[in-house]
Design a protein around this ligand. Sequence first.
Ligand code: ASP
Length: 314
Amino acid sequence: MQSNEHGPIVILGTGGTIAGTAADPHDNVGYRAAQLGVADLVAAVPALARWPLETEQVAQLDSKDMDFGVWQLLAQRVAHHLARPEVRGVVVTHGTDTLEETAYFLHRLLAPAKPVVMVAAMRPASALRPDGPQNLLDAVTVAATPGARGVLAVLAGQVHSGLEVRKAHTYRLDAFGSGDAGPLGYVEEGRLRQLRDWPQGEPLGLACLPASPAGWPWVEIVSSHAGADGRWAAALAGLPVQGLVVVGTGNGTVHERLEAELVRAQARGVRVLRCSRCAEGVVVPTGRQALPSAGALTPWKARVELMLQLMAAG
Ligand code: ASP
C-alpha cells in the first residue's frame, strides 16, 4: 500500500456529537447526536480547503448505539479506500462514547500502513464553542503527516494510538487519554509533535469477519466487586456465550465466588479474559493464575480482542 503525498484524504462519517445539534446553543448535553452530514462538517472548516478531500456517509448514529453491522461496513469502507493507491489516509468522524472500541477493532483488523484517524467532539456543532471543527482540522493534519500509519484518535490537540485510547472524562473537552502509555503526540499550530512510534501489529484481516454480523461471537462483560457472587456468571455461561471478560479489582483480582464460576465456564470451553477496573496500569503477571489476563487492555477493548480472536479461530 503506497500512498500519494498529493492524493486525497477520505473522510468517512458515522455520526456522534461532532455531527449533533441542539435548539439552544447553551445546551451541551441535551442535544441530538448525528444530525449533520459529514460533508456539512467539512464545509464548516474553510481551512480544510488546502487538502483534496472526499467524503462518504457510512452511518449516522449516536455511538452509544454502535453495532456489529456498522463496524463491519465501516471496516470494509476503510479497507476499500486504503487500498486505493492515490489515497493518503482516512479520517472517521465518530461519537466519543464508543470511539475507543471502534479504534481498537479497526487497528487489530487492518493494522494499516496508512493513517486512519478517528475524530469526535464533546460539544455539538450548534454549541457556542464547538470543539469539532478544530478536532477535524487536527485530524486531517495528522492524516496528511508523511509517514503516519495505524489507527489513531485526535481530540483536544492530543493524538492517541487506537490501541490505547479511552474516554476518561464525562464532560471535559480533553476527555480522552491513553492510560499509562500517554498520548502519542500533540497537534500544535497545524503540526504534529510526535512523542512515540505509530501503533504497530499484524492485521487479523477482513476475511476473519463472518459474512453476516449475526455470526459474530457472543462475548459478555462481568465485574468483580465487594459482595460479588457467581450467579450472574453462571447464568451467562448457561447461555450460548462464547467469551466472558471479567473486570477484576486492583491487579486483576477476582472475588473467589465469581472466580469459581468463571473457572467452571472456562472448563466448559468459554474463553475468559481478566482485566482490572483501575483506570491506569496493566495487570502485572503474578505467576500461575486460573484465568488469563488481558494485560494492558481495558475491559471494553478486551471484549473486542476476544471477539476478534474467536472470529479469527473460525
Ligand atoms: N453519545 C455521543 C456519541 O457517542 C457522545 C459524543 O459523541 O460525544 O455519539
